[in-house]
Write a protein that binds this ligand. Structure first.
Ligand SMILES: Cc1ncc(COP(=O)(O)O)c(C=O)c1O
Length: 377
C-alpha cells in the first residue's frame, strides 16, 4: 500500500531525541523547547514562539488570549478542521462561518464583510492544504473593524504570500507572519513534525507571555500554586521539541521537495478532464501540504467510490474536510441552522487527497498518477 503520509525521521532527529533521553530532560523543561521556539519564530519572521501540545491547543490558547465574552463572534471558514470551531466554542464565543473559494479551497474573503456584526472580535484565517488565504483584503477588513486575526498555518509551513499587491512595495512573506497570533501544528503529517505538537508565533510580547501562562495552568510567577486565572496543561515536551527542531533545521529542503511533488502531480494529472487540481494564485507560493483532487460534478463517481477503487489498487487516500455547518456535534449546539455553504459541500463530496508524505518516492507518485489515468480516462 502506498501510504497517504509517511514522515521522514533523519539521523539528526534521532540524535537530538536521544540527547533528551540520555540527559533525563524528558518533560517540558529543557534546552530544546526554547531553541525550537526561537528558531521557528525567526523562520516565520516573528519575535516570539510559544510551543504547545498540539495545533488544536495552540488555537485554544490563542483564543483564550482574546478574553471573549459569551456571544462574542469569531469568523472562521466552514471548510476546515473542527479544532478551529472548538477553539471559539471552548472560549465562550460563537463561530460564524464563511464558505470556501472554489479554486483555492481557502475561506472566501469576499464573504467576510457581510458576516461582521457588533459582536465580531476576530477573523480566523486558515490556509487550506498548503495554499495561503488571500490575506491583503482580510487584513484590511480586520484593521478597519478593529478585529484580531488568528492565522492558522497548521498546513502551510514555509508557504509564502505576496503582500501589498496594490501597493508599490510588494513583498513575499511567510505564512505564520501575518496574524495577531499565528499557529502551527506539528502533527506527524505536517512538513515539520514533533510527533504531536503546536506553536503560537506573534510579535506581541503581552500576548506571548499570556499564552505562555495559559498553556502552563496559569501558575502565578511570584507564587507557584496560586492561580488568578484558569489555564490548561498544553505544554510540549523537550523530546518533542528536539524532534521539531531537527526537522525545522531542514525546512527549506522539505519545502523544495513538497513544491516539486505538487508540480509533478499537476504535470501528470492535468490531462484528466474529470479532475480539478490544486492551483497556485500569482500571489502564492504554496507547499501542497496534501495534494487534493476534486472530481468534476458531471462524473458518475463520487470521491468515496474513487477512494475505494484506488485502495483496491494499493493507494491510500483521505477524504476532504466535512464543513463545520454539517457537523452534528455543532448543529446540536443550535449552530448554523438553515445556513447553506454550497462550495464546501461540493468539496466534501467530491474531493480527496493523494499520498503526499515526505517519504513518497517519484516512482510511487507515478504509480498513483497511472492508477488515476486508468480509472478516469
Ligand atoms: C488547519 C488545521 N488547524 C489545526 C489543526 C490541528 O492540529 P493538531 O492535529 O496538531 O491538533 C489541523 C490539523 O491537521 C489543521 O489541519
Amino acid at each position: 500500500m502506498i501510504p497517504v503520509n509517511e514522515p521522514v525521521i533523519g539521523v539528526r532527529d534521532q540524535e537530538y531525541v536521544l540527547e533528551c533521553l540520555q540527559s533525563g530532560w524528558v518533560s517540558s523543561a529543557g534546552k530544546f523547547i526554547e531553541t525550537f521556539e526561537s528558531t521557528w519564530a525567526q523562520y516565520c519572521g516573528r519575535q516570539h514562539g510559544v510551543t504547545t501540545s498540539s495545533g488544536t491547543s495552540a488555537l485554544q490558547t490563542s483564543l483564550a488570549c482574546l478574553d471573549l465574552k459569551p456571544g462574542d463572534e469569531v469568523i472562521i471558514p466552514t471548510f476546515t478542521i473542527i479544532s478551529c470551531a472548538l477553539a471559539v466554542i471552548y472560549n465562550g464565543g460563537t463561530p460564524i462561518l464563511v464558505d470556501a473559494d472554489p479554486e483555492t479551497w481557502c475561506m472566501n474573503v469576499d464573504q467576510i464583510k457581510d458576516r461582521i456584526t457588533k459582536r465580531t472580535r476576530a477573523i480566523m484565517a486558515v490556509h487550506i492544504y498548503g495554499h495561503p488565504v488571500d490575506m491583503d483584503p482580510l487584513l484590511q477588513i480586520a484593521e478597519q473593524n478593529d478585529l484580531a486575526v488568528i492565522e492558522d498555518a497548521a498546513e502551510a509551513h514555509g508557504a509564502e504570500y505576496l503582500s501589498g499587491q496594490n501597493e508599490q512595495e510588494q513583498k513575499w512573506v511567510r505564512c505564520g507572519s501575518m496574524g495577531t497570533m499565528s499557529i502551527f501544528s506539528f502533527y506527524a503529517n505536517k512538513l515539520v513534525t514533533s510527533g504531536e505538537g503546536g506553536m503560537i508565533v506573534t510579535n506581541d510580547s503581552y500576548l506571548a507571555s499570556k499564552a505562555r501562562n495559559i498553556r502552563n495552568l496559569c501558575f502565578e510567577p511570584e507564587q507557584r500554586f496560586l492561580h488568578n486565572d484558569l489555564g490548561h496543561n498544553f505544554r510540549m515536551t523537550n523530546m518533542q521539541a528536539a524532534l521539531g527542531l531537527a526537522q525545522a533545521e531542514r525546512i527549506q529542503e522539505t519545502v523544495n521537495w513538497k513544491r516539486q511533488m505538487g508540480q509533478r502531480y499537476t504535470e501528470h494529472l492535468s490531462d484528466i478532464k474529470a479532475l480539478q487540481l490544486p492551483i497556485e494564485r500569482y500571489w502564492s507560493r504554496q507547499v501542497y501540504w496534501m495534494y487534493g483532487i476534486l472530481l468534476d460534478k458531471s462524473h458518475d463517481m463520487n470521491a468515496n467510490e474513487l477512494a475505494d477503487k484506488l485502495s483496491d489498487l494499493g493507494i491510500q487516500t483521505r477524504p476532504f474536510f466535512l464543513g463545520m455547518h454539517a457537523q452534528p456535534a455543532l448543529q446540536n449546539l443550535g449552530l448554523f441552522q438553515n445556513e447553506d455553504y454550497p462550495v464546501a459541500d461540493h468539496l466534501s463530496s467530491n474531493g480527496l487527497y493523494l499520498p503526499s508524505g515526505l517519504a513518497l518516492t517519484e516512482l510511487q507518485l507515478e504509480q498513483v498518477c497511472d492508477a488515476l489515468h486508468k480509472l478516469l480516462t
